[in-house]
Design a binder for this molecule. Sequence first.
Ligand code: SF4
Length: 449
Amino acid sequence: MPSEIKRSVCPYDCPDSCGLLVEIENGRAIKVSGDPEHPFTRGILCGKMNHYERTVHSPRRLTEPLMRCGKKGSGEFRPISWSEAIEQITIRWRAIIGTFGPEAILPYSYAGTMGILQRNAGHPFFYRLGASLLERGICTPAKAAGWEAVMGKTPAPHPDEALHSDLIILWSTNAAATNLHFLQNVRQAKKRGAKVWMIDLYRNQTAAIADRSFYVRPGSDGALALGLMHLLVRDQLCDRSFLSAQVQGFNALEEQILPDYDPVVVSRITGLPEAAIEEMAQAYAAARAPFISVGGGVSRYTNGAMSVRSIVALPALVGAWAKKGGGCFVGTSTGAAFDMTRIERQDLLKSNPRTINMSRLGSALTELNDPPVKSLYIYHSNPAAVAPDQNRVLEGLAREDLFTVVHERFMTDSARYADMIFCCRRQPHLKPATSTVPTVITASSAPDL
Ligand code: SF4
């Protein structure tokens, strides 16, 4: 049977949503490549998705449910049937709910897949169960809050806007590693004469495309933005007509905040020389249409939302929004385009369960009472590797009285701590002729990802 090409899209946690061409032969994906007709990603995939067929058919894939048969965290498992796995979970959860109530069960999930349906498919079940709610706040909410504090619900500009800019600022975004396709825009704009700056903590791959690099201390990005605004005001470089016609709250910012951020103070906070800060403000004001692309790093501090808010406020001072190619980009999300209530089914929530912040998983597992977390169901995430306060997270995962179920494709750090592992089941016709997954998977026999 001749092979056929199917279109798909990358579901990974990434701003680009690359178009994929999947070549199928006898019901088996044999090649994954970029779709050249996809308008933004233009056939170029990053290393995570290029040849994804090797991941799909990897002999390291978990292909059947597994049950712990060794010490917690030892990574020793034995295969069990689906019906036994489901029965075991039912027995354990019934006992937990009977003694502690459904809030003693905590679902933990995030962005393993960003498919709108797959990512949220667990919500209806756990709402119906009355389990503890999870605040999915580990990553983007601070950045979104910073944007919304200035722009409200205004969607981000199209990243192609940067093609028309004469000064592109890559702020806290290692675009060469994390924003491959936007970097193509940056290169095109550069060919047309645009200057490129990067502002970051350290020199990374993106420095190769930047005309100027400015390295600031961790958590000081907001102070730099306020310092630039201070200089725009001091040197009368603001677009006053844009500010009076389009901007609310500028007077309070000008009178109450900006006086505290003169170059001496900002130099002390950021580590940048005063002369560099002065030069940046002059060049930013002189640019015809400056465009700032803000990455995620800046929002990962306790002052993250305020830092993003300060950066996002900058274009208004020079009226950049009114100029083709000017403005600021923190990310596009199409989530608001869909009616999520039909997927998440909050209507199934019949009680008012407590909410646990996913960033505080360590303390939730080791400190919470009334009720304690007695069962954890992990999907789309690997908290043993990514959740903050890792030592407490591992301490919690090692609790013998915690019944942990992990839904995974591979033996991750979190899966090693599971009592039960659910795998993503292959379609029967996609199953390889022979499986190289050992009968009992142990920490040593389970290969690293
Ligand atoms: S750049 Fe990589 S991770 Fe991002 S959407 Fe494209 S293939 Fe997926």
